[in-house]
Design a protein. Structure first.
Length: 591
């Protein structure tokens, strides 16, 4: 099994050259966020991920989290690694300095998070939930709640969860039944939640559950949901931990993958009720929870390139060492010499590079939007970041599954047995397109709330940005650059036609075609990232001081993507150009 090596060269390229660190660093109060500081941060994160977290990946998969009479034990080594994670301040990376955070922008922080996910997804998931909880409390909670809870949550000494799903209410949050009954200055909660990531564990001394619940007089549906903070242990006035709250872990799930991460079923209020504190306004819980959800969607999107990178590294190492078959005059050769194995490896790495750049681009645009003062320009930038988020989540998690599956294929039969480790990435990756909103939910959000709502204005602006890249490459002397421009330009035209067609359909047809449109847009956004990379590579190849091999590979990878990957967008376009009635007219329950 190949050891994980953080792809620092490509990460630095995406941060410094492709996505504009100088714009992201202005979005935070930290003024000395230089390229040198970011590079030092990335080097340290690489060491931590490679040396401390990655070796626990197989251990976590084989041992799994264990539930014994309401107590959860994480796999061997997780507790010690998490203690070092907190001690080194990684949890506080992108949090506000007011509460002990380091104030880093989203762009460099997400690079650190990618390395953690590549090293060990089960371990990294606790960080993703923590960041969502921090963001929700920073933006929505009262000063009293912030003062009592945020500093410990930012440090990572306490951890956070997101409690939405119930046995009868999966994605239909309007069906939530958990009750919150007023009792003086707090509430008492009664109900059950399921699929709670790190809902119970032994890594931290306290767990802060953010819970959607319904007060007695609340209106039906999602309009009646409020958000409550329910600590595992109550917190005294002096900040010390008090008695155990009425929150219990009923069980943890036996899952296809991410075995090291406990996914809990929680019970609130078996007797007098679990004490909780309302976060923000009454009946505004869903709005606050979406703050957590948006960050979680971006973290889920990151799992595509992160696990894809890990699977690619292992597949590449195997292909270089596995001798099978021969070539005339060459004798036995490693399978990397076979054209189809080489094609599969290029399918993996080209899509990993496209996904990485796309997720980082979305993070950078969130930084820029937060930098601007309230007004029309800020709203425009924010709408574009919000447009990209469901695409990143849906497309990257779907493509990530294809990439890790190719890793198994390259191993052949050895990939199908657990000893090589290739199968773990496939099992772990499978959840990413399900949690934080399935691909269908992301697509409905994209079409209904982000495209139809503004008649495609934000998407049309994005397409114009893409055309600027085509115009630049079309004017180059380099034949490869012009070929990239030609193929990319055709994809932009096709996407524009799909948008025009979709806007003319009825709502039901739009819903039937939403996922194909998301995938068409995703593949085109991946092409956008690699076409931009090709332009940068052409600029740098004239400089004798640069790593010529790296930039030449960038140019060649962009062309490969346009010829072998981007045609998938055209396949989805053909579906989008239909009326969706082949979906809507069929009754699957008919005999």
């Amino acid at each position: 099994m190949a050891a994980y090596l953080a792809p620092l060269k490509d990460i630095r390229f995406v941060i410094h050259e492709l996505n504009g660190l100088h714009r992201s660093r202005m979005a935070r109060p930290q003024t000395d966020l230089s390229e040198e500081m970011v590079d030092a941060l990335l080097e340290e994160a690489a060491r931590f991920s490679q040396d401390i977290v990655a070796p626990l990946n197989v251990i976590g998969d084989r041992e799994g989290a264990r539930w014994v009479e309401g107590q959860v034990r994480t796999p061997g080594g997780f507790k010690e690694a998490y203690a070092r994670y907190v001690e080194n301040g990684w949890n506080a990376l992108r949090c506000e300095p007011e509460y002990g955070g380091h104030g880093f922008a989203h762009l460099p922080a997400i690079a650190v998070e990618e390395m953690l996910v590549s090293a060990n997804l089960s371990f990294a998931l606790i960080q993703a939930l923590n960041m969502g909880a921090v963001e929700a409390l920073q933006l929505s909670a009262s000063d009293a709640i912030k003062q009592r809870y945020l500093r410990e949550l930012v440090s990572g000494r306490w951890t956070g969860t997101m409690n939405l799903t119930e046995p009868q209410a999966g994605s239909d949050l309007g069906a939530i039944r958990t009750r919150a009954v007023p009792d003086g200055e707090h509430y008492r909660l009664f109900g059950q939640k399921i699929f709670i990531t790190y809902g119970e564990h032994d890594l931290a001394e306290n767990i802060l559950h953010l819970v959607l619940a319904r007060t007695p007089e609340a209106p039906a549906g999602t309009r009646g949901l409020s958000l409550f903070l329910v600590p595992k242990f109550l917190v005294n006035e002096d900040g010390s931990l008090g008695e155990r709250n009425e929150v219990s872990c009923l069980s943890i799930e036996h899952k296809l993958g991410i075995h090291g991460c406990p996914t809990a079923a929680l019970s609130f209020g078996d007797q007098r009720g679990a004490i909780g504190y309302r976060v923000g306004d009454l009946h505004a819980g869903l709005r606050y929870m979406f703050i957590m959800m948006n960050l979680s969607r971006l973290n889920s999107a990151l799992q595509g390139p992160a696990l894809g990178e890990r699977a690619y590294q292992q597949a590449l190492a195997y292909a270089e060492g596995r001798v099978q078959g021969s070539r005339p005059g060459a004798g036995p050769v490693a399978i990397i010499e076979h054209a189809d194995v080489k094609r599969m490896l290029l399918m993996m790495t080209s899509q990993v590079q496209a996904m990485r750049a796309f997720v980082y681009c979305t993070a950078e645009r969130l930084d820029v939007a937060s930098l601007l003062a309230p007004g029309e320009e800020r709203e425009r930038r924010l709408r574009q970041a919000e447009l990209l988020t469901p695409v990143a989540k849906g497309w990257c998690t779907e493509v990530g599954q294809e990439v890790v599956s190719l890793g198994v294929q390259i191993h052949g039969g050895m990939g199908y047995v657990e000893e090589t480790g290739a199968a773990q990435y496939l099992r772990d990756m499978r959840i990413a397109s399900i949690y934080e909103g399935t691909t269908g939910i992301q697509a409905n959000d994209l079409v209904g709330r982000k495209i139809v709502a503004d008649r495609g204005e934000a998407l049309l602006a994005l397409l114009e940005e893409m055309r600027d890249v085509v115009r630049d490459l079309s004017g180059r002397a380099d034949a490869t650059g012009r070929r990239v421009a030609q193929l990319f330009g055709s994809s932009i035209k096709s996407l524009s036609d799909s948008l025009e067609h979709l806007l003319g359909l009825e709502v039901a047809s739009q819903a039937a075609l939403a996922v194909p449109l998301l995938m068409q847009l995703g593949y085109t956004c991946g092409a956008w990232m690699l076409a931009r990379s090709a332009g940068i590579a052409l600029d740098r190849l004239g400089d004798e001081a640069v790593d010529t091999g790296f930039y030449q590979f960038k140019l060649q990878t962009a062309l490969f993507y346009m010829e072998h990957v981007l045609p998938k967008a055209q396949g989805h376009a053909a579906t989008v150009r239909s009326d969706g009635m082949s979906v809507l007219d069929i009754d699957l329950r008919a005999d």
